[in-house]
Write a protein that binds this ligand. Sequence first.
Ligand code: ADP
Ligand code: MG
Length: 396
Amino acid sequence: MKKITIDDLNLKGKRVLVRVDFNVPIENGKVADDTRIRESLPTIRKIIESGGKAILISHLGRPKGFDEKYSLKPIAEHLSKLLGISVKFTPDCIGEEVRKMVSELKEGEVLLLENVRFHPEEEKNDENFAKELASIADVYINDAFGSAHRAHASTEGVARFVKETAIGYLMKKEIEYLSKALTNPEKPYVAILGGAKVSDKIQVIKNLMDKVDAFLIGGGMANTFLKAKGYEVGKSLVENDKIELAKEILSEAEKRNIKFILPVDCVIASEFSNNANFEITSVDKVKPDWMILDIGPKTIETFKDVLKDAKTVVWNGPMGVFEFDNFAKGTFEIAKVLAEITSKGAVTIVGGGDSASAISKAGLSDKVSHVSTGGGASLEFLEGKELPGISAIKDK
Ligand code: ADP
Ligand code: MG
């Protein structure tokens, strides 16, 4: 790891500002899914144990100005329970009250600041706002992988005005796993790509083209490739303006001798609904007024066959409309295979927001090597882009 990490710094007595990703679903004033909060606990506990003063900052949702609906207060309560200590909460993230509470903060205590996006300056990466945030910190730690692809004041700007910067444990884990998918992956290396649109994944395909041994393509994006190969895809989700590009990708893969495996059969439905009539059919027999909503059993077997020997797998994008039970099988079966090969020593990495919820719905999140907490961030990482929230942290 070339970035300075939390382990490299002396935190005793220091005011440690931590950018966490507490952008979690809140229902009826309670945290509905606390995965991201729990993932940040190692970093928070480390600061407490080191005698640092933890000041946590995060966004929640997309508020326009102050809005009670997007308050982080329920998170302070939830976090208090998880940590077993009372987490203090400030009604804003800058200003007099914040400075006062920070100055009264004792070693080993935790303070959560109110939603940073209540200030439009956050997303503008306003320099003065970043300086304000920096003024309450001796150390800045970025542990918000899910926001690392955004150059905002609390993820990027602030780092320029705090002397000591580091990444936290969650950020470190994310970088370590996702890097395995890009540098020196153990072979055979297989990328499973799916999800809605090929246009969302083009850069990922291009970036992985010279790294993987095989691509397994499912989900809505497979339709565009099938159409490019001349198949009827009926009313399926398809991007007609990406057909040419799909052809180029197919021929590029062939030229490089990389397996680019498309579905051979699929589950077609009469309409986009869980209650639709559905049938399994080979890809050359898709009915003109039906749509492909999942990969079929033969495709699942083909994919399994490729995956069983894989040593590294990266998965981005569900194989079908897994939100509908009738079309979740392809996605869940692939999740099962990943769990199996993980238990035999393969490194399996899941990126993408919907892919993460799919594997969670399958109950297999802890059976794969790593499920990224950042949908957009993991995608940009796999595209080979530099993430501003990571770049802002000093190297060792
Ligand atoms: P991720 O968030 O994991 O990167 P995407 O956002 O690219 O994944 O795509 C996820 C969405 O793709 C899901 O909501 C799923 O319903 C949809 N999807 C998958 N297969 C199909 C299909 N055959 N037709 C239409 N939508 C699909
Ligand atoms: Mg998505």
